[in-house]
Design a protein around this ligand. Structure first.
Ligand code: SAH
Ligand code: MG
Length: 238
């Protein structure tokens, strides 16, 4: 591993890891994770780990904040590791080397684990393995940053938005990847959930953070987090 600050080594590791995060957008993502950690939030949630590329950008941001004196924080990276619809055989984003020969199913967990280990980031990254909406519905840790980059079909993108946006703390950030205003550039669901987050009145655009297809929103003060997707919050009786 090269010399230099830890956050820089983690950026190098991210760049060497397979995935769908361009460097410029990864750097913007790292900056949000750094701000979240500097603000005192102790967790970041990522939906869509794949092989760990965006995860290591997030870990780099946390590491930078720690080097500046922030209290400890981690990224919980959620994925069932069997790939999205768009990662399956026959689709544009399929990588045949990720198919487990015994089961015939995609399995990115071994690569993810290895990438985090190789980067020396096991203290900053926690793999949460399973179905994203099922986990979101039971999740209790507030997040300073939720990064949504899971399945991009209509059902998975909306389930991720409904399940995870409520976990963003007041003053925390919601980042969404693959948001394309022009349908010619990419599918609609990430754009639609981004629009919904804005029109909900709970989030506002974070100035200066929009990079490529990465959109970064911040939860307005006074807007309740953790409201249930069914309209009432079961954790409060008032
Ligand atoms: N963030 C990664 C890319 C993520 S690809 C990067 O930038 O490199 C999208 C991932 O979402 C896939 O690994 C897929 O397995 C995962 N995914 C899709 N639907 C899911 C679901 N319902 N639960 C958990 N993970 C899911
Ligand atoms: Mg993406």
């Amino acid at each position: 591993m090269s010399a230099g600050a830890r956050h820089e080594r983690l950026l190098e590791a991210a760049r060497e890891t397979r995935g769908f995060m361009p460097d410029e957008e990864g750097l913007a993502l790292a900056l949000v994770a750094e701000r979240s950690t500097l603000a005192g939030f102790s967790s970041v949630v990522e939906v869509g780990s794949y092989c760990g590329r965006s995860t290591l950008y997030l870990a780099s941001g946390i590491a930078r904040a720690l080097s500046l004196g922030a209290a400890s924080a981690v990224v919980f990276s959620v994925d069932h590791h069997h790939g999205s619809e768009e990662n399956q055989a026959g689709f544009e984003h399929h990588d045949d080397t990720l198919v487990n020969r015994e089961t015939g199913r995609m399995d990115t967990l071994p690569l993810f684990r290895r990438a985090v280990e190789k980067a020396g980031a096991e203290d900053l990254v926690i793999a949460v393995v399973g179905d994203s909406p099922t986990i979101a519905a039971r999740w209790k840790a507030d997040a300073g940053l939720v990064f949504i980059d899971g399945g991009h079909g209509e059902a998975p993108a909306w389930a991720d938005y409904r399940g995870w946006a409520p976990h963003v703390c007041e003053g925390g950030w919601l980042a969404i990847h693959d948001v394309f205003a022009d349908p010619a550039d990419g599918g609609r669901p990430p754009f639609e959930i981004y629009k919904r987050a804005l029109s909900s009145g709970e989030f506002e655009e974070e100035p200066g953070a929009q990079t490529g297809s990465l959109r970064v929103l911040r939860r307005r003060s006074g807007s309740a987090s953790r409201s249930s997707p069914h309209g009432s919050d079961p954790s409060t009786n008032s």
